[in-house]
Write a protein that binds this ligand. Structure first.
Ligand code: ADP
Ligand code: ADP
Length: 229
């Protein structure tokens, strides 16, 4: 796992007179193993910020470091991050085991190591008895756990969550939130978790970054953010 530093990070779309600045000088120091929620209304820049950390969006200004290494010019694959989205496409013809193992096979990891990692992730996610099934034979919640398993087996330094709960019904949302908390507790993951839902933010965050119109308005614990006199 690793710390994350954002130093005066900016983002503009377009060039010259037409340029539209959507992120204005964000500064944040995220500790190793810390769970950070980025919260704010639609269009405030949450996804853009996350996508810049992931390497899916170019950084216009400033610097992003992961584990003390500046990642501005690194490809997503070189950043040692895993991203969990709201719609995870599993491979329908592959078993649960192979869905989780696929990214490691591509990297030519030894089969014994792959099996160790998949078994460990499956135990945490309670998928051990489902490894031979295909996604079609799973419930929605189980499918989602497979998608999280795929991220876990890579043992990334940082987990990036982009509104992973927003398409779920209330029951599954609560259940998945507990699973994410368990991952944080048991694996000590460093996480940036994006949501527009304040309740979700308060429940999950150790500290939260409150965004509004591209500006980081607050950065603190839920108590500091919500009970400010
Ligand atoms: P959020 O995730 O908080 O809903 P986004 O990060 O998606 O917000 O968007 C922040 C702002 O950047 C919005 O005003 C959005 O319209 C704008 N934006 C996002 N992507 C692009 C793009 N590719 N080109 C131009 N503007 C964009
Ligand atoms: P492919 O579809 O790529 O041919 P296989 O189904 O042959 O993959 O499995 C690839 C590797 O994953 C093999 O080493 C196999 O033993 C292992 N594997 C597949 N399913 C399981 C499982 N349910 N439990 C443990 N190992 C598995």
């Amino acid at each position: 796992m690793a710390s994350i530093q954002l130093k005066n990070v900016t983002k503009s779309y377009g060039k010259g007179k037409q340029a539209l600045q959507v992120i204005h000088g964000v500064n944040a120091d995220v500790a190793d193993r810390e769970f950070i929620v980025i919260v704010g209304p639609s269009g405030c820049g949450k996804s853009t910020l996350l996508r810049m950390v992931a390497g899916l969006e170019e950084i216009s200004g400033g610097e992003i470091s992961i584990g003390g290494r500046v990642v501005n010019d690194l490809e997503p694959a070189e950043r040692d991050i895993a991203m969990v989205f709201q719609n995870y496409a599993l491979y329908p013809h592959m078993s649960v085991f192979n869905n989780m193992a696929y990214g490691l096979k591509i990297k030519k990891m030894p089969v014994a190591e792959i099996k160790t990692r998949v078994d460990k992730a499956a135990a945490i996610l309670e998928l051990g008895h489902l490894l031979d099934r295909t996604p079609r034979q799973l419930s929605g919640g189980q499918r989602q756990r497979v998608a999280m398993g795929r991220a876990i087996v890579r043992e990334p330094q940082v987990f990036l969550f982009d509104e992973p709960l927003s398409n779920l019904d209330a029951k599954l949302r609560a259940q998945t939130r507990l699973e994410i908390q368990k991952l944080h507790r048991e694996l000590g993951i460093t996480a940036l978790f994006v949501t527009h839902d304040q309740v979700e933010a308060m429940t999950l965050a150790e500290r939260m970054i409150v965004m509004n119109a591209g500006v980081m308005e607050q950065f603190g614990t839920p108590e500091e953010v919500y009970h400010r006199p």
